[in-house]
Write a protein that binds this ligand. Structure first.
Ligand code: COA
Length: 252
């Protein structure tokens, strides 16, 4: 298990690797280091035959507030990227060979929502809020969401979520098709863990073949993520984005 004070904490139990985002003072906003740690944890899970499913969790009230905006602002102001680990992480969840489950309580913003589109099963608490304010930040959708989002929820809902930045509550997200089940906040982790363990207990080869058929070829999603990344990188240095980042960072 990782150190308790790490921003990413991973552990393996009953065939499930749990990867927890653990930076509650910043609502689990994700830094380059956190993306790198999650990518390594997924690599470990993929290399370990004892791990048959991956479970993503946040902390009470915050699954994730999305990419760390201070990191975005650094790129916007200097043009320099300290790390490209976000792409290592996104590639791994797009191409993931093992089932991924997420348990969401509270905020799921930006990549906190788009990563769910790649999961196989999502449990939400009654207190969750899913939102991707890309356009309001001067940005464009990421993580292949511009392709997979409309496939999952249809154009109109995808435009509302990914284009307009509308907040979706748990019922909206379930209706849109990227949440399977809604439970009370205090039952969230136990339920998500139980589902992950049930998936991990299935006959492994049959599940892998079935999941591969159901998910289909993910190469176009990977390609879309890379296309989005080019635009996203350009947008990070736009005046619209710089103004939005400064407004967020200067709020009292
Ligand atoms: N990046 C960096 N820091 C973030 C963050 C982010 N994405 N989201 C939250 N934080 C920080 C806040 O700056 C604050 O830090 P401080 O205590 O040092 O001032 C702390 O986390 C708590 O956030 P706060 O805004 O006080 O909580 P809230 O409950 O009032 O609002 C949010 C929560 C998530 C609605 C709000 O913080 C927000 O809009 N965050 C930005 C989300 C976003 O746009 N993400 C990028 C998507 S592409």
């Amino acid at each position: 298990m990782s150190e308790a004070n790490d921003h990413i904490v991973s552990s393996v139990d009953a065939g499930v690797m749990t990867i927890r985002m653990n930076r509650p003072d910043k609502k689990n906003a994700i830094t380059g280091d956190m993306y790198a740690r999650m990518a390594s944890a997924i690599d470990e899970a993929n290399a370990n035959d004892d791990v048959r499913a991956i479970l993503f969790l946040g902390t009470p009230g915050a699954f994730s507030a999305g990419n760390d905006i201070a990191d975005f602002a650094k790129v916007a102001m200097t043009g320099k990227r300290d790390s490209m680990s976000v792409f290592d992480f996104l590639e791994r969840i797009i191409m993931a060979p093992k089932p991924m489950i997420a348990g969401v309580d509270g905020l799921a913003i930006g990549v906190g929502t788009t990563m769910l589109l790649h999961c196989d099963y999502v449990v939400s608490s009654e207190a969750s809020m899913f939102k991707t304010p890309f356009v309001d930040l001067g940005l464009v959708p990421e993580a292949g969401s511009s392709l997979i989002g409309p496939e999952i929820m249809g154009h109109h809902k995808a435009f509302e979520l990914l284009g307009m930045g509308a907040g979706f509550g748990p019922a909206d997200a379930k209706e849109a098709g990227f949440v399977n089940r809604i439970v009370a906040s205090d039952a969230l982790e136990e339920t998500a863990n139980g589902i992950a363990q049930a998936i991990a207990a299935k006959p492994v080869e049959a599940l892998k073949l079935s999941r591969d058929l159901i998910r289909g070829d993910r190469t176009p999603v990977l390609k879309r993520m890379q296309e989005e990344a080019v635009l996203f990188g350009q947008r990070l240095e736009s005046d619209e984005a710089k103004q939005a980042f400064m407004a967020f960072m200067s709020k009292g």
